[in-house]
Design a protein around this ligand. Structure first.
Ligand SMILES: Cc1cc2nc3c(=O)[nH]c(=O)nc-3n(C[C@H](O)[C@H](O)[C@H](O)COP(=O)(O)OP(=O)(O)OC[C@H]3O[C@@H](n4cnc5c(N)ncnc54)[C@H](O)[C@@H]3O)c2cc1C
Length: 496
């Protein structure tokens, strides 16, 4: 077996892994990263920006939110069912992390809110192309990789780790398989696990969360995130905590996100179809409304609501008058991710999707025809549309109190509909850690030399992702990664 030796060994060169390696190397401690895929960046390459509060950029934009307020929002939202010390450590480090990234050459467009009513905490990265949009944060991942190289971090690509080594109660290294398919033993005094969760492992999703992939959920499956880092941690005694999905909603085509984003024409179609999620009328298969459609921008809340409907799906419905308004005047909701204010070719896009046999986009001559095409209960749909149209005439939604600006009647054919399912950006949680990112047993004992960061250890949201403070998963990955790197470096000092 090949042999390697380092002080700190990191599993995964994604967001948390790179942040931790850079932080360790800044403390003049030797560090090596072992990465399964042929490139660095992990899911961070798909993202747009991290959370921070009280950053330099927020001061420039006069964003009034303070750390204290963000902490209170976080803890009220989670009902104090999460590790308050860890939440505080993360929030308090977040502004400094933006400075740290800027010093590496990362530029941010500005702090944004993602959806109406959210806080301006989402620090959207200015991509190298200059064109804002999906995958902007790949530029940040490149800067982190460059910094790691400059600081002498060794990065071993195509080298998946398959075992963590423990002797006499402390962590002593790893076993990996290198790109020549040879087994390598890595002697290390500390290990940081940052392997990106179990979003690409339907068995784990079913076993721990009960969702059947392809039926109850169409979560985005970033290749290689199969939960092996979590399993390796459990195998050396780590406790289990807070497993969940980072819920959102989408059309199933978006589950193949890496393919969609790899092809600019598919990205354009996907982004165009995304403008269908306007706050018009949403119903379930029973033909009933079940949410105030105004909240659709909060994809966590909407994902939660859709997940509990019959058939785990829901339909957004609008008529040809609304289509004209969306094309000619403007969309009701504009999202930072895809900041089009007018969906100029929405009608064409819908026709194109139907011609291409997209099973989740519909165009009907009448409500009856729509019910027939979609399988929605026809009588209830008729009743719901009649009541909804009356609410539009009144200018008042007595059921869910939707803002009158969004009350557009469904009267002028063709009637359009899009079917959405629960989705997720990936998984959350698995490994129990403390505020120093030290891995704990179920009995809260520290496993000396073992740290975990990023989504593998992200159990700080309780039952639902804290999307009211946008940028939270990338933010947690960066900040927990830095904490892991710094604390691992301190631990190495104690061994001298
Ligand atoms: C489309 C999309 C958009 C997003 N946008 C945002 C956003 O704007 N803001 C936000 O806050 N969050 C966003 N997220 C979520 C965010 O990107 C992730 O939560 C974050 O990147 C996770 O970081 P991580 O370090 O835990 O994992 P990753 O960045 O995924 O890194 C894990 C790494 O570990 C490697 N690995 C896995 N197993 C092994 C193994 N056995 N051995 C060695 N290496 C291994 C993987 O190949 C990968 O490189 C988005 C996610 C998606 C899918």
């Amino acid at each position: 077996m090949k042999q390697l030796e380092t002080d700190v060994a990191v599993i995964g060169a994604g967001t948390a892994g790179l942040a931790s390696a850079v932080a360790t190397a800044e403390n003049n401690v030797r560090v090596a990263i072992f990465e399964k895929s042929s490139t660095t960046g992990g899911t961070g390459n798909m993202a747009m920006g991290p959370f921070a509060v009280e950053s330099r950029l927020q001061r420039i934009k006069q964003v009034p939110l303070t750390r204290e307020q963000a902490f209170k929002i976080f803890m009220d939202y989670t009902h104090w069912r999460v590790d308050a010390q860890l939440v505080s450590a993360y929030i308090n480090k977040s502004a400094d992390t933006i400075d740290w990234l800027e010093q590496m050459g990362v530029e941010f467009i500005e702090p944004e809110a993602y959806f109406p009513g959210a806080n301006y905490t989402w620090h959207v990265v200015k991509p190298a192309s200059g064109r804002r949009g999906p995958m902007a944060a790949a530029t940040m991942m490149k800067a982190l990789t460059n910094s790691a190289h400059e600081l002498g971090v060794k990065i071993y690509l195509q080298t998946p780790v398959n075992k963590i080594l423990k002797a006499d109660g402390r962590i002593v290294g790893l076993i990996a398989r290198d790109k020549d398919n040879e087994e390598v033993e890595i002697k290390a005094k500390a290990v940081v696990i940052a392997s990106g969760g179990f979003g690409d492992n339907p068995e784990m999703i079913k076993k721990y969360l009960g969702y059947e992939w392809g039926k109850d959920i169409y979560s985005m499956r970033i290749p290689g995130m199969v939960g092996d880092g979590i399993q390796m941690a459990w195998d050396v005694g780590a406790g289990r905590e807070g497993m969940n999905m980072e819920l959102t909603y989408n059309m199933p085509m978006m589950a193949e996100i890496t393919k969609v984003f790899a092809d600019p024409s598919s990205t354009a179609v996907a982004m165009g179809l995304n403008s269908l999620n306007q706050p018009s009328l949403m119903v379930n298969l029973l033909g009933n409304r079940f949410l105030n459609e105004e909240i659709m921008g909060n994809t966590t809340f909407t994902g939660n609501a859709i997940a509990r409907q019959k058939g785990h799906c829901a339909f957004i419905i609008f008529d040809d008058n609304a289509r004209k308004i969306y094309e000619e005047v403007g969309l009701d909701h504009v999202f930072c991710m895809n900041p089009v204010t007018r969906a100029e070719n929405l009608g064409d896009l819908i026709k194109q999707a139907i011609e291409q046999k997209n099973e989740n986009v519909f165009m009907a001559n009448s409500i009856e025809d729509l019910a027939h095409q979609t399988g929605i209960n026809p009588d209830n749909l008729h009743k719901t549309v009649t009541e909804y149209n009356k609410a539009c005439d009144r200018g008042r939604d007595d059921i869910f109190h939707k803002d009158a600006r969004y009350l557009r009647p469904i009267s002028q054919p063709p009637i359009y509909a899009a079917r959405y399912f629960p989705s997720a950006y990936g998984s959350l949680g698995g490994i129990k850690i403390n505020e120093k990112t030290e891995v704990l047993t179920n009995d809260f004992e520290i496993i000396p030399g073992l740290y975990a960061a990023g989504v593998d250890a992200n159990a700080i949201y309780g039952d639902s992702y804290v999307f009211v403070l946008p940028g939270n998963t990338l933010g947690f990955a960066l900040n927990s990664g830095r904490l892991a790197g710094e604390n691992a470096a301190d631990y190495i000092e104690t061994l001298k």
